[in-house]
Design a protein around this ligand. Structure first.
Ligand SMILES: N[C@@H](CCC(=O)N[C@@H](CS)C(=O)NCC(=O)O)C(=O)O
Length: 326
């Protein structure tokens, strides 16, 4: 675990001393946009054209943020247009690594860096910007033509995937429809702060107070969502939107990892009947299950975060997901 400072790699854990034990997430720094041919402004160098075969998506199968982008690539039928590969689940002194170890092979996503054969993800960042300072995170959306990172922000990448390539795929499904935008934005804001990032704030807290400050809002939001789903199939009604997929990638990791490793243990998702059924419903939608790799998920968190789990022993369970034996 580390970061780049002026293009040089430094192995250091998150510094929570300056923030009274609280984990504070940094902002993503590559925020360009892939746009459809009708929206493309050739004089705007933050615009990248939506072209088949031009972009590569680097993900970690363990990471909830990267997982969103993998789901959108699948749902929006972009598999033929955007190539993908994954990092090794263990993130150690060199950060994310490209290493193809047989025991971690995934059925659907190849491991490694097929474009440059780099060993570490931080080499992609310095290839794009030799003086880069900041964290080296996944997902990374790479442009094979301009040899740079288009975006390292999952919230932006799923929006691009949602609409920019429709002319190539013919897929018009819209997960951020105009009529629901303000409702989706409001849900996203609360869920990001208290759930998606809330589990990290709980797990990476280094004081009791910082941990509890994250834990209670997390469970308040889960109760709120449980109530909401009593009368709705999905967060905004009958239609699946990006708000659902953004929540899904955290919920699927909750019982296997966050409940134990991140101490989010007031209740399991399994203990909420509506959330449990909702999670199972999303999991069974359009082969999204193929994007879930529980082995990468458990190995990543329990093995990489040695300040939280110094023995690096990875739990065998849970044996049950969605109240069903797995
Ligand atoms: N805001 C980013 C966050 C991505 C992120 O934090 N990814 C984690 C993996 S779950 C990571 O790569 N962390 C490495 C680090 O912080 O050094 C996004 O949503 O894309």
């Amino acid at each position: 675990m580390g970061l780049l400072i002026d293009g040089k790699w430094h192995d250091q854990w998150y510094d929570t001393e300056a923030t009274q034990g609280k984990f504070v997430r940094s902002q993503s720094q590559f925020r360009n946009w892939i746009v459809s041919p009708t929206e493309l402004d050739p004089n705007d160098d933050t615009h990248f054209p939506a072209e088949s075969g031009r972009y590569h998506l680097y993900v970690s199968l363990a990471c909830p943020w990267a997982h969103r982008t993998l789901i959108f690539r699948h749902l929006k039928q972009l598999e033929q247009h955007i190539s993908v590969s994954c990092v090794h689940p263990h993130m150690l002194e060199n950060g994310w690594e490209f290493k193809d170890e047989p025991r971690f092979q995934d059925k659907h996503v190849a491991a490694g860096d097929p474009l440059h054969d780099f060993q570490f993800a931080h080499q992609l960042y310095t290839h794009a910007n030799p003086d880069y300072s900041g964290r080296v995170t996944v997902p990374i959306l790479w442009d094979k033509q301009r040899h740079t990172i288009v975006s390292n922000e999952s919230a932006d990448i799923i929006r691009m995937f949602n609409s920019a390539f429709n002319h190539l795929t013919g897929d018009q499904e819209d997960y951020y429809p105009e009529s629901l935008r303000s409702e989706i934005d409001t849900l996203n804001e609360r869920i990001y702060d208290t759930v998606n990032n809330g589990v990290y704030k709980s797990g990476f807290a280094t004081t009791q107070a910082a941990y509890e400050e994250a834990l209670h809002p997390l469970f308040e939001t889960l109760e709120f969502l449980e109530q909401r789903l009593a009368s709705k199939l999905y967060l905004t009604g009958d239609q699946i939107t990006e708000a659902d997929w953004r929540l899904f990638t955290t919920l699927i990791r909750f019982d296997p990892v966050y409940y134990g490793h991140f101490k989010c243990n007031l209740k399991r998702i399994m203990d909420y009947p509506n959330l449990n059924a909702y999670l199972e419903r999303l999991y069974k939608t359009q082969e999204v299950a193929n994007t879930v790799n529980l082995e990468h998920i458990k190995q990543h968190y329990y093995y990489s975060h040695d300040t939280i789990n110094p023995t690096r022993v990875v739990p065998v369970g849970p044996a049950i997901l969605f109240r069903t034996e797995i």
